[in-house]
Design a binder for this molecule. Structure first.
Ligand code: BV8
Ligand code: ZN
Length: 249
């Protein structure tokens, strides 16, 4: 039987046993979490410069919180999809070292990924703008009044995410670079490659001679550096790759 792309990727992943995944909003699309760009994306309704920036937040925290509350309402119904679970299983099989995600929905964590670098934080957490008190948002009762107040010092709370114009926290960025340096393969899953510095990671991997495998139904800003392109949904492609890996192990 002739080998297809999925066999080729499965063989590479087993031979190298040193892959890292960089995921974006597309990895959560099949969980019902809207992407940012592309058809039906969030930014078609909102412009990031208007909403996800510190200036927008401090100008009108209630308005920005209304957007995050709307996203959290959708997120509370969301479950990891087969793509999230396939990545967690590849880690358990020692095929994948780590997941570096731009997503703030924690679905990789729920799916069981242990080595997980959340570059842009999590909308399931909020922190005080003054004293740094941090709290998990496990239900929406704390968001009855917006913006929520810090129980410790009374200041306002903000989503614990990296807004546009804010730096990626040093610890996460250093960990992401270290995993990128160590990897021999980078799976680039469900990202348009349009947000920096996250979009630099595949370029760094490429320069170090890693194999870049893009899994995305559409062309992206990273397609031209990809060595292998699987034009498919991650929720379909990743379980297929996992199935081929298990046949070869
Ligand atoms: C920084 C958290 C500097 C918040 C996010 C002007 C002013 C200020 C900064 C800039 C500027 N111009 C450029 C910049 C830099 C800026 C940037 O990159 N802007 C872009 C828009 C050009 N970056 C920053 O601001 C970063 N910080 O530069 O700080 C600095 C440095 C030192 C000291 C001080 C300051 C911070 C960037 C982080 C922003 N925060 N999220 C929140 O979520 O509310 S980014 C946001 O975009 C999400 O995290 C999202 O993940 C991320 C990236 O988007 P993608 O994940 O790629 O998602 P997208 O929708 O674009 O694409 C989805 C893809 O999935 C598509 O390709 C689609 O085809 C595919 N897909 C769809 N369905 C599926 C699928 N794939 C597979 N399967 C499917 N089923
Ligand atoms: Zn406080």
């Amino acid at each position: 039987m002739s080998k297809d792309l999925y066999d080729e990727v499965a063989e590479l992943l087993i031979t190298k046993r040193s892959a890292v995944a960089l995921t974006g909003a597309g990895a959560s699309a099949e969980s019902g979490v809207p992407t940012f760009r592309g058809s039906g994306g969030l930014w078609t309704i909102f412009r990031p410069e208007d909403i996800a920036t510190p200036e927008a937040f401090f100008r009108d925290p209630e308005n920005v919180w209304r957007w995050y509350k709307w996203r959290l309402e959708k997120l509370f119904e969301a479950k990891p999809n087969p793509g999230h679970y396939a990545l967690a299983e590849m880690e358990r099989l020692n095929i994948l070292r780590c997941v570096i995600t731009q997503n703030v929905d924690e679905l990789h964590r729920v799916a069981g990924s242990k080595c997980l670098i959340e570059l842009h934080g999590s909308i399931r957490r909020m922190r005080c703008v003054s004293c740094g008190y941090t709290e998990r948002i496990d239900d929406l009762s704390r968001l009855e009044t917006l913006p929520p107040k810090c129980p410790r010092c009374g200041s306002i709370m903000r989503p614990d995410v990296v807004l546009f114009g804010e730096p990626i926290p040093m610890i996460e960025w250093t960990r992401a670079l270290s995993e990128t340096y160590k990897a021999k393969i980078m799976l680039v899953v469900g990202t348009s490659g349009s947000v920096y510095p996250a979009a630099l990671l595949p370029h760094i991997a490429k320069e170090r001679g890693s194999i870049i495998i893009e899994i995305n139904p559409e062309e992206t800003e990273l397609s031209d550096i990809a060595d292998i392109i699987i034009r498919a949904k991650s929720g379909e492609a990743l379980p297929k790759i996992l199935e081929r890996i298990k046949k070869l192990l």
